[in-house]
Design a protein around this ligand. Structure first.
Ligand SMILES: O=P(O)(O)OC[C@H]1O[C@H](O)[C@H](O)[C@@H](O)[C@@H]1O
Length: 254
């Protein structure tokens, strides 16, 4: 909390108030929801489309602070976005060390390159998976820098921890789990409808978390000798092997 306030202080004092978050999937969805729900502007750059990247970079560069978020520290899209901003800052004569904040797991290649470049680095808790990282540095640093009251957010989260730990029908987490896993016949599709929730973009965020979780569960099943998840890399590799094609190595799911 103190660290987030300190990170915010310097750019704010210098009138640098345009906060951009470069990060893919689990490294940007939660702060996007947090900021949109709080009505706090945050530009999320989660694209590798050159037009989108150059449009984002061209916007308010003179008052931009960039948060580069990557748990693995090896995501190529995030790395490209960072390089695009570094290039633009250099061309505009802006010292990037005061404008780039990096959030990553300890020991990642991004931590190393960011420290070498002299950027401010915030290390996240490596024991929390990407899709659960909303209340770790991944969610809190960009949101706090953009102006969300992250203390209030954490207090609110704390106020429901007992409820979510309760082994009873009043626990909405258990109710959701039962609704997802207790259908007969067992369903394999979920429709997420924003039915009056005040959380802006909640569907996108939770969709990613569900997708990853189900895929991981499928991989665990496959490792135990069962079938992997449909549509997964394992399933695709099975298909390729069946067709006599070589497999490809992909990134680790998180
Ligand atoms: O945080 P990173 O390691 O950069 O990964 C960011 C994202 O990369 C990909 O989009 C994966 O599909 C996501 O699950 C992951 O959250």
């Amino acid at each position: 909390m103190g660290e987030i306030a300190a990170i915010r202080e310097e750019p704010q004092a210098a009138g640098v108030d345009h906060v951009v978050l470069a990060g893919m999937g689990g490294s940007s969805l939660a702060p996007e929801v947090i900021c949109a729900t709080a009505g706090v502007p945050l530009t999320v750059l989660d694209s590798s489309d050159p037009d989108q990247v150059s449009a984002a970079v061209a916007e308010h560069l003179e008052r931009t602070v960039l948060v580069v978020s990557s748990k693995s520290g090896g995501t190529v899209e995030t790395d490209s976005q960072r390089r695009a901003y570094e290039d633009a800052f250099a061309k505009a004569g802006i010292e990037a060390t005061g404008r780039i904040v990096v959030v990553t797991d300890p020991g990642s290649p991004l931590e190393q390159s960011a420290r070498e470049a002299g950027y401010r680095v915030v290390l996240a808790d490596p024991n929390v998976g990407g899709r659960y990282s909303a209340l770790t540095a991944f969610g809190l640093v960009p949101s706090g820098l953009a102006g969300v009251d992250v203390g209030a957010l954490l207090d609110e989260a704390e106020s429901v921890t007992d409820l979510l730990a309760d082994d009873g029908e009043g626990n909405p987490g258990l109710v959701l789990g039962a609704a997802l896993g207790g259908t007969s016949p067992l369903r394999d599709k979920i429709v997420l409808a924003a039915d009056g929730t005040p959380l802006a973009g909640f569907g996108d965020w939770t969709e990613q978390a569900h997708r990853r979780e189900h895929r991981q569960a499928g991989h665990r099943r496959a490792a135990r000798g069962g079938r992997g998840p449909a549509g997964s890399r394992a399933a695709a590799a099975r298909g390729r092997r069946a067709a006599g094609a070589p497999g490809v190595r992909g990134r680790r799911d998180r």
